[in-house]
Design a binder for this molecule. Structure first.
Ligand SMILES: *[C@@H]1O[C@H](CO)[C@@H](O)[C@H](O)[C@H]1NC(C)=O
Ligand SMILES: *[C@@H]1O[C@H](CO)[C@@H](O)[C@H](O)[C@H]1NC(C)=O
Ligand SMILES: *[C@@H]1O[C@H](CO)[C@@H](O)[C@H](O)[C@H]1NC(C)=O
Ligand SMILES: *[C@@H]1O[C@H](CO)[C@@H](O)[C@H](O)[C@H]1NC(C)=O
Ligand SMILES: CC(=O)N[C@H]1CO[C@H](CO)[C@@H](O)[C@@H]1O
Length: 581
């Protein structure tokens, strides 16, 4: 055993060395690579007009649409069965953008979306997707080969001396924007991205990617300070999209690792920061008090800093710094608790944040002060904005952002919960249930809610049917065991003894299967409205999970699926069973 430990230590120090080396490789002049070569993105296939037999009707009359108008109509037709297509904002946005693609003749005729009949188009796409399900093996093989060819040609790049997988080398096809929650832009046309929209980034001395025949790139850059290979601006939010390396790549893995190392550094100094912001609640300066209360929210509630990227201007979403008076209510006393603050606002991705928490008296008094003489639409923290807060965080600790608090709290909470919930003698399924419960505690903390999946009730029913069947099987098996025992008691021969053994094993096996199903049902029920993926992927130090798996001999596949294992390859390689965040 000792040599094993020795070897694993060696491997770890090797990896740590290399991680540091990669860091040094780039920190000397700030560049991220010396050589970068790739073949550019893969564009969405061009539009194929519908066969003539598929008709569109306006006001009961057949109308042949021009190809650009028809293409946009198909996006809507494909979504006819979806709830989106009944939402007013969605319909309004779609119709406005659709009209922009129409010829002037079409525009003058088609003036009311309610008079449009897309049902034949919808039937046609349904039939097509049915046909895809019925494809022969040969057809499936051809598609798989084509995908493999594209992957080989476009899915890899050379960065310095490494061949790296590219994450998303296919450009999303055009369609209608959905957005999360009740996004005000839902239904708008997400335009087709063309080579003229693409900025390529690669090294000067590489073989440069060729645009499709007859086309040009918007620009070719040679910027080794960034790690994206291509970028474009999408038309809905005006945000910049990038083609990046796959999460399993060296550079991404290292970035991920650094993120958790930063969170671990916060763990070491968080007490000092807390003492300081507590002192600042008493400051004579309003701006310092506001900053200190905001920091307390970020620390205690894992709120985002706010004003993040493109959001905010269109969807009315806020973060800590951009909270308005109308987003909070103060209750000096509520249900046995003193100094309760009630939060109700739309956070990132228009997800509602609702929480009632008791705060310290001084925070409460400060909040009362901040609210004085203000209207509901005024800023709660009028002396604070995201850049001021971020600058302050930088001063407190190198690399500190609001996100680091989330990462720190999420990771430490997972570690504590795992310790609390796991029992060594539990079966593997029971341990995995504990893991998922710990993960859920974190997701709740980070407000990662979701609407229950559409298929939820159905899949729950299926599972229940399986459980019922298993229960019947079990009682049958038990009866058989009882009969076999009676038989053996009467005859005392070897044959009946063997039968008893066989029946006993059968009962055991069925009991285990039943337990597994029951655990699965509990897990699924508890998971109904919580999205575990986001915290797992972004906020939980994977070394905690890996160490837990090692400690309890749980196969890592039970915790991470293939994509996640790729992303966390660095952690899976180096974590030890006694890792402490
Ligand atoms: C739409 O057109 C189809 C024929 O393609 C017809 O069966 C259906 O009744 C029409 N729907 C409406 C709402 O008019
Ligand atoms: C994490 O956040 C929760 C929720 O506010 C809080 O109760 C807890 O103290 C925090 N844990 C740490 C270690 O900061
Ligand atoms: C934040 O406030 C500071 C000081 O009042 C100001 O200089 C800065 O422009 C503001 N930044 C933003 C993004 O509003
Ligand atoms: C793995 O899980 C994530 C959710 O965390 C999901 O988005 C992804 O599609 C899954 N990947 C595979 C290969 O199952
Ligand atoms: C040289 C150059 O234009 N570099 C740009 C590369 O892309 C990053 C991120 O968009 C920009 O910040 C750089 O200015």
């Amino acid at each position: 055993h000792a040599p094993c430990q020795e070897a694993s230590k060696l491997i770890k120090s090797y990896l740590m060395c290399h991680l540091n080396e990669w860091e040094e490789e780039r920190s000397t002049d700030g560049s991220k690579w010396r050589f970068l070569e790739h073949n550019g993105p893969v564009f969405a296939p061009s539009y194929e007009p519908l066969p003539d037999k598929v008709k569109f009707f306006y006001d009961g009359k057949h109308m042949k649409l021009s190809p650009p108008a028809e293409e946009v109509a198909t996006f809507f037709a494909k979504m006819l069965d979806h709830e989106y297509s009944t939402k007013d904002i969605f319909r309004k946005n779609f119709f406005k953008d659709w009209r922009k693609e129409m010829t002037s003749e079409e525009k003058s005729k088609i003036t009311d979306l309610n008079k449009c009949n897309f049902s034949q188009m919808n039937d046609y796409f349904k039939a097509q997707s049915e046909a895809r399900k019925q494809m022969t093996k040969e057809e499936k093989r051809k598609i798989k080969e084509e995908n493999e060819r594209l992957l080989q040609e476009y899915g890899f790049c050379i960065m310095d001396n490494h061949k790296e997988r590219i994450g998303n080398f296919r450009i999303e096809p055009p369609g209608l924007f959905r957005g999360r929650g009740d996004h005000p832009k839902m239904g708008m046309l997400k335009r087709r991205i063309r080579p003229e929209d693409i900025i390529i980034n690669c090294s000067k001395d590489s073989k440069q990617p060729k645009p499709p025949p007859g086309k040009k790139w918007k620009e070719v850059r040679h910027d080794n300070k960034v790690t994206w290979l291509a970028s474009w601006t999408e038309n809905i939010q005006g945000s910049i999209k990038y083609i990046m390396l796959n999460p399993s790549s060296r550079i991404k893995g290292e970035k991920d690792w650094q993120k958790y190392e930063t969170a671990r550094r916060l763990k070491k100094c968080v007490d000092r920061l807390r003492t300081q912001y507590r002192d600042d609640w008493k400051s004579k300066e309003m701006r310092i008090r506001q900053r200190a209360v905001a920091l307390y929210f970020i620390d205690k509630l894992a709120l985002r800093a706010g004003n993040e990227k493109e959001e905010g201007e269109t969807a009315d979403t806020v973060g800590c710094c951009s909270l308005r008076v109308e987003h909070i209510q103060l209750y000096p006393k509520m249900d046995e608790q003193e100094f309760v603050v009630e939060f109700d606002f739309l956070g990132k991705d228009s997800i509602r944040y609702y929480n009632k928490i008791p705060v310290e008296k001084r925070v409460f008094k400060n909040l009362q002060l901040f609210l004085e003489n203000k209207q509901p639409e005024d800023d709660l923290f009028d002396r604070l904005n995201t850049s001021i807060l971020n600058k302050h965080l930088q001063e407190l600790m190198d690399g500190l952002t609001a996100k680091v608090f989330r990462t720190y709290n999420a990771s430490i909470t997972l570690q504590q919960q795992l310790k609390e919930l796991t029992t060594s003698d539990d079966s593997i399924p029971a341990k995995i249930l504990s893991y998922n419960r710990a993960n859920r505690a974190v997701a709740i903390l980070c407000n990662h809610q979701r609407a229950p999946p559409k298929t939820f009730e159905k899949s729950m029913q299926n599972l229940q049917t399986k459980i019922d069947e298993k229960q019947i099987q079990l009682s049958t098996a038990r009866k058989q065991l009882k009969a076999a025992k009676a038989d053996h008691k009467a005859s005392h021969d070897d044959k009946s003894k063997k039968t008893v053994e066989v029946k006993r094993k059968a009962v055991q096996r069925i009991e285990e299967q039943l337990m597994k199903l029951q655990v699965q049902a509990t897990d699924r029920e508890e998971n109904k409205q919580i999205a575990l993926g986001t915290s797992k992927l972004n906020y939980l130090d994977p070394r905690i999970s890996v160490a837990w798996c090692k400690k309890y001999a749980i196969p890592i596949e039970k915790i991470y699926n293939k994509t996640q294992r790729e992303k966390f390859a660095w952690a899976i390689d180096m974590a030890e069973k006694d890792y402490v965040f």
